[in-house]
Design a binder for this molecule. Structure first.
Ligand code: ZN
Length: 267
């Protein structure tokens, strides 16, 4: 039986996401709606506003990190393969699995006390305050969105098949998105570097669909980081504040030191 992970504390990373190009994160099941022509964005059913699912951001961070680290795509899921460390020896030195977790190992014995739980949780995030009003005032062609026509050519019949893609326009802010980093072991703190790298990789790539057409460029801004330690969980200590990922990167070693102090992991 795996032991219960002794949580040492949590690091909260709040980040505002700004779109630099149109963003299309698709709603599943809407790709072939009326006439099969509109690809719609995912919306919060209560507010009807577009949002960024935490799983989209987290999944993109993970897959770009796997590529950067050249990790084997060795685990089959529905549509393809992902990377999952299969032995404790691999896991203990794998920056990706140690942060994003792996499915509970079936043969528990070899894994002993190794904590395979996910460290990083990414919450869903909606439009930033004031953005919905601003988009309404801009009279875009969709509700908080715009439609762009793309022409796809049917490879068999050569028939041009225009369809419209709904997207959140460029220059729109989401969040702050809350990312929660669980610290189970002292060594986890250094892996906050993996979270920063994942965000850097997404900035250089894209979020959502049609990235090859230039969609989904984003920047991460207004980074606010807090820590809760287990001795005084009611208190959320602010430990850092950066305007860009670059600023965070430049201060990284000092930042780690402050996180360790706030978690009471010194000495
Ligand atoms: Zn791994």
């Amino acid at each position: 039986m795996p032991r219960i992970a002794p949580l040492l504390g949590r690091v909260f990373i709040n980040v505002t996401i700004q779109t630099r190009t149109g963003l299309h994160i698709g709603a599943s099941g809407t790709d072939f709606n009326i006439g099969g022509r509109d690809k719609l964005v995912i919306r919060d059913p209560l507010t009807n506003q577009p949002y960024i699912p935490g799983s989209s951001l987290r999944g993109k961070m993970r897959s770009l990190l796997e590529k950067k680290e050249q990790l084997p795509q060795n685990h089959r899921i529905n549509k393809g393969h992902i990377h999952v460390c299969k032995t404790p020896d691999d896991f203990l030195v794998c920056p990706v699995c140690r942060v994003f977790g792996i499915p509970a190992p079936s043969s528990g014995d070899a894994w002993g006390d190794v904590i395979t739980l996910t460290r990083l949780v990414v919450r869903d995030t909606g439009l930033s305050e004031g953005e919905a009003e601003r988009l309404l005032a801009a009279h875009t062609d969709g509700l908080y969105t715009e439609f762009k026509t793309e022409v796809a050519i049917d490879r068999v019949t050569s028939v041009a098949n225009p369809r419209t893609i709904e997207r959140v326009p460029a220059g729109v802010r989401f969040g702050p998105v809350e990312m929660v980093f669980n610290v189970f072991e002292k060594e986890d703190v250094a892996n906050l570097r993996v979270v920063l790298e994942g965000l850097q990789l997404v900035e250089d790539d894209y979020l959502g669909g049609s990235g090859s057409r230039g969609y989904g460029r984003v920047t991460f801004q207004k980074i606010r980081i807090f820590v809760r330690n287990m001795k005084n969980y009611g208190k959320k200590d602010p430990v850092a504040k950066y305007e860009t990922l670059e600023e965070w990167d430049q201060d990284f070693e000092a930042f780690l030191q402050r996180v360790r102090e706030a978690l009471g992991l010194e000495g």
